[in-house]
Design a protein around this ligand. Structure first.
Ligand code: ZN
Length: 118
């Protein structure tokens, strides 16, 4: 997959990006993971798929692959078990084992951007 360097194009450094899960209802950052769902402290709405949308942003803006550690930082999740569960549930393909494992976001990006193309 060809990677467009969106950040470079707009002279944005990756440290300037707002990380975390954006609330699909009110647009505020960042939702908190509570009992298997994402909750917004601002409007109190919930979202099951918040992390999927955040991963698509990550894939489009940063790079189309991610490690558990990078996902934890991006989603503001303290527990590596939680992010591992999310990654497993999304059935992403990966290379490597344990800490060095890199998950491929290409399929997810194709699926989501395919929806946008309709
Ligand atoms: Zn909200």
């Amino acid at each position: 997959m060809q990677q467009l360097d969106v950040l470079k194009q707009f002279s944005i450094h990756s440290s300037e990006l707002i990380t975390g899960v954006q609330c699909p209802h009110c647009g505020k950052f960042a939702m908190r993971r509570v009992y298997g769902t994402w909750r917004c402290d601002k409007c109190h709405e919930k979202s099951k798929e918040g992390h999927t949308l955040a991963l698509v942003d990550y894939g489009l803006l940063i790079k189309p692959c991610i490690t558990n550690q990078q996902l934890r930082e991006f989603l503001h999740i303290a527990s590596p078990d939680v992010t591992k569960k999310l990654l497993t549930a999304m059935k992403l393909s990966y290379v490597g084992e344990t800490k060095g494992r890199v998950y491929d976001l290409t399929e997810l990006l194709c699926k989501v951007t395919g929806i946008f193309q309709k």
